[in-house]
Design a protein around this ligand. Sequence first.
Ligand SMILES: [Zn+2]
Length: 236
Amino acid sequence: MHIEDAPSPNFDDRKHPVSLLVLHYTGMESGDAALARMRDPEAKVSAHYMVREDGRIVRLVAENGRAWHAGVSKWQGLDDLNSRSVGIEIVNGGHDYPAPGGQLPPYPDVQVAAVIALSRQIMAHYAIPPKGLVGHSDIAPSRKIDPGEHFPWQRLAEAGLGLWPQPDTGAACVWSGGDASRLNAHLAAIGYDITDVPAALRAFQRRWMPASITGMADADTLRRLAQIAAAYAPAS
Ligand SMILES: [Zn+2]
């Protein structure tokens, strides 16, 4: 894996050990524009790595530094996620820079392969568990929607990174959306901050049910939620 260095001044000291890997999209017009922004001291943003569309990897901040990528965020009750994570920015225009046909711009295979290789190395090095692989939208559901519903989480899981239980369409749903405490408990068991439940529910759908980001606690969503919660917190 070839990694090119393009140092950013936008980092400080970690206060906690690494236990998470956070994936982002750049959401800008080009990789070069994103790189310039992340190296601009005025912007006060960065990431440890950026993965270009052709799979080339750029290192901006050494992993022992606290890169500034997560912002105000929370996962499984923990905050200061910049101190607890490695952050990868994946070059993709996202929702603000759609493909010419208007759809979300796809992540090229060669880029996904590079993200998988880099993520595998990071997760092995820090012994990050599968549930420690998160998207920016998972940890900041009220503010962020990256890396987007078009990000191939399932392919990462097939490569051994993160969890992707196959949807169990046959199982009967044994609880109703009216049971708000159960809805909240399942979202929290996975790790979502439930200060804003509708936002957390949309973030959940963006990650686990990318074809139906409705914000509605319908039967399919409740079934999927119970399934993912069971995978994340098997003891409860
Ligand atoms: Zn982000």
